[in-house]
Design a protein around this ligand. Structure first.
Ligand SMILES: C[S@@+](CC[C@H](N)C(=O)[O-])C[C@H]1O[C@@H](n2cnc3c(N)ncnc32)[C@H](O)[C@@H]1O
Length: 246
């Protein structure tokens, strides 16, 4: 059951103020740009869930024409405030509803963002939107974690503790329906309590492949990272490249 009170804007709107501070180091931006740049050539690129532009701005600086879509005005405001933001066409919208512009040579979605989609119908809609917005022979690149059975049903972990501030990460796991949700709970002398919720309905690589193939997108390559390390049975993440038939 989806989380009460949680919408497609919740994560971005409540995370925007700390996103870059917390997540600037989550993946190697240079390797990401190298792979996407190679696939794009001189063509246009769309990022789903562009957020603060962590990837889109360096990609645009690389000379690529980049559009980004996101549900959260707060995240897009962070993007627009950055140097180089004028080179990214940042559009408010929901990836399960309608994608802006196109056709694109490459569409990509990074760092588990695809798992923000909750229902099978919305996954189907999103892959269909992607296929429709790609040129023939274009690619959809998905970075996500490989789901593993959690060994607990919930957890509380300490994220940071300083003299004036504590951040706890509270998570609830529901493997039967492939959902997990949680809160970063911040307590501080200055700010009181701040809640930053998240929720995912994760998919295995095989499940993603099935949504893709139903939309006319077929797996061309699967790597364990943006550095293109081989994907194996023990890989914790995957970077999968789907191709629309030329
Ligand atoms: C984890 S952040 C990733 C941001 C950026 N891609 C990066 O790698 O740093 C996920 C982003 O997806 C956005 N998002 C969540 N659901 C969405 C949806 N249905 N349509 C468009 N954007 C969505 C959130 O607002 C958030 O900015």
């Amino acid at each position: 059951v989806p989380v009460e009170g949680y919408t497609a804007q919740s994560y971005g709107d409540r995370m925007a103020d700390v996103y870059d501070e917390w997540y600037h180091g989550i993946s190697d931006v240079d390797d990401t740009i190298a792979l996407l740049g190679e696939l794009a050539g001189a063509g246009a690129v769309l990022e789903l869930g562009v957020g603060t532009g962590r990837l889109a701005i360096p990609l645009a600086r690389h000379g690529i024409v980049v559009t980004g879509i996101d549900t959260s005005e707060q995240m897009l405001a962070k993007l627009r405030a950055k140097p180089g933001a004028d080179r990214v066409d940042a559009v408010i919208g929901d990836i399960t509803k309608r994608l802006p512009g196109g056709p694109y040579q490459v569409i990509f979605v990074a760092y588990n963002t695809l798992f923000a989609i909750d229902s099978d119908d919305d996954y189907t809609a999103c892959f269909g939107n992607v296929a429709a917005a790609l040129v023939d022979g274009g690619r959809f690149v998905v970075e996500a974690f490989v789901p593993r059975a959690p060994d607990v049903s919930s957890s509380v972990e300490v994220k940071t503790v300083t003299a004036d501030r504590v951040v706890l990460s509270v998570s609830v796991f529901s493997p039967d329906d492939q959902r997990a949700h949680g809160q970063f709970v911040e307590f501080s002398e200055a700010g009181g309590v701040i809640l930053r919720p998240w929720a995912v309905r994760y998919q295995t690589p095989a499940q993603l492949d099935a949504f893709a193939s139903a939309a006319g997108l077929n797996v061309e390559n699967r790597y364990a990272s943006w550095q293109r390390q081989p994907f194996t049975a023990t890989s914790e993440r995957h970077v999968s490249i789907y191709r629309k038939s030329p």
